[in-house]
Design a protein around this ligand. Structure first.
Ligand code: PMP
Length: 344
């Protein structure tokens, strides 16, 4: 036995190289083979670890960040957690400006990871000095040696996935991938991954998943931002009410929209059938795959990769709470599952 300790030097070394897992039961009656890229295997439990480390290390290379510097972002979600995690190991201060709509659980989670969290009023417009955008901008301009991650408008977001997620999927599928199905929020994941994959094989179809209530699909089809498309929806991290420059709309072949209710049920179904405990947007991505299969998009030789962005544990008080599902009217929408819930 070799007497060398096999340990990672720190938690950041575990970012990326996430597994690709074949889906079996949920896709039983579908045409083609289906594989999930399970991003919850990142140490921060989501794909956002990839962008956090990449953006921070690029700033280090440029000499903008040095020990004790400050990293600022406007997010209560996965990106905040990932930035906080990277900041701990690298010795930076992490400031997150979040909306007062964010749940107490999320704010506590970010503070547990050492972040300084500014809770800003949700009801004010984006240009109000009290809004989380303006608070972040002000803190950035007032703080020497700070960076503002600004994930929706940062080209390094896409670049992180071009350098990691894309090559991993190409290698894991031995170049046989025919379709990529991925949620689009900032668009970094789908755009960067697609750019790498299409460079290897331009015939690979890239399908973006959008929410009803978001402008992305319509913008892709018309080139116009249609504000009539905007209304509130439940899925977090998917879709947007503005056009992010971190999305390369040219490289995406089509967008498909999914509902809050079906995405929530599909996430629960993935957990129950495949034993992969996934977040809400994984349900959305899989729901898109279901719809695409019904539309006859795939054939028997299709090798479809679907990205599962994060872990189910972040949604215990939402999609995995029967009470929450009932309050949304989602159980009524699916009588089969509603019946099962009563039997439990
Ligand atoms: N799912 C979840 C849970 C997310 O937090 C995000 C990021 N907003 C996405 C999907 C979409 O990823 P991207 O921002 O790279 O488009």
């Amino acid at each position: 036995m070799e007497n060398k300790i096999k340990a990672n030097n720190n938690i950041l070394e575990l970012i990326g190289k996430t597994p690709l897992v074949k889906l079996n039961k949920i896709t039983e009656n579908f045409t083609g083979d289906f594989y999930a890229k399970v991003e919850a295997f990142n140490p921060g439990h989501s794909s956002k670890d990839r962008i956090a480390i990449h953006i921070i290390e690029e700033a280090e290379k440029k000499g903008i960040l040095t020990e004790g510097s400050t990293i600022i972002e406007t997010t209560s979600g996965n990106t905040g957690f990932s930035i906080a995690m990277v900041s701990i190991i690298k010795g930076y201060k992490c400031i997150l400006a979040v909306s007062s709509k964010s749940s107490a659980d999320k704010i506590d989670m970010l503070r547990s990871m050492g972040a300084e969290v500014y809770v800003c009023p949700a009801h004010v417009s984006a240009d109000d000095p009290r809004s989380y955008y303006q608070v972040a901008k002000r803190l950035h301009s007032e703080t020497k040696n700070s960076i503002y991650i600004n994930q929706y408008f940062n080209e390094l977001n896409m670049d992180a996935h071009y350098r990691s997620t894309g090559p991993e999927i190409w290698e894991q599928t031995a170049g046989q991938i025919t379709h990529l199905v991925a949620c689009s929020g900032t668009g970094g994941t789908i755009s960067g991954t697609a750019r790498y994959l299409k460079e290897q094989n331009p015939n690979i179809k890239i399908i973006g998943v959008d929410a009803y209530g978001s402008v992305l699909k319509k913008y892709h089809e018309t080139g116009n931002l249609d504000t009539n498309e905007i209304y509130p929806y439940r899925i977090e991290g998917l879709g947007k009410n503005l056009i992010p420059s971190a999305t390369d709309f040219q490289i995406i072949d089509e967008f498909i929209k999914v509902t809050d209710a079906e995405s929530a049920h599909t996430a629960r179904e993935i957990s129950r059938t495949e034993g992969i405990f996934v977040g809400y947007t994984s349900g959305a991505a899989m729901q898109a795959v279901k719809q695409l299969d019904e539309l006859g998009t795939f054939d028997k030789d299709s090798k479809v990769v679907v990205i599962f962005p994060d872990h189910g544990s972040r949604y215990m008080s939402k999609i995995y709470s029967d009470q929450w599902m009932d309050d949304q009217g989602f159980l009524e929408a699916n009588p089969v599952e509603a019946k099962q819930e009563i039997q439990f």
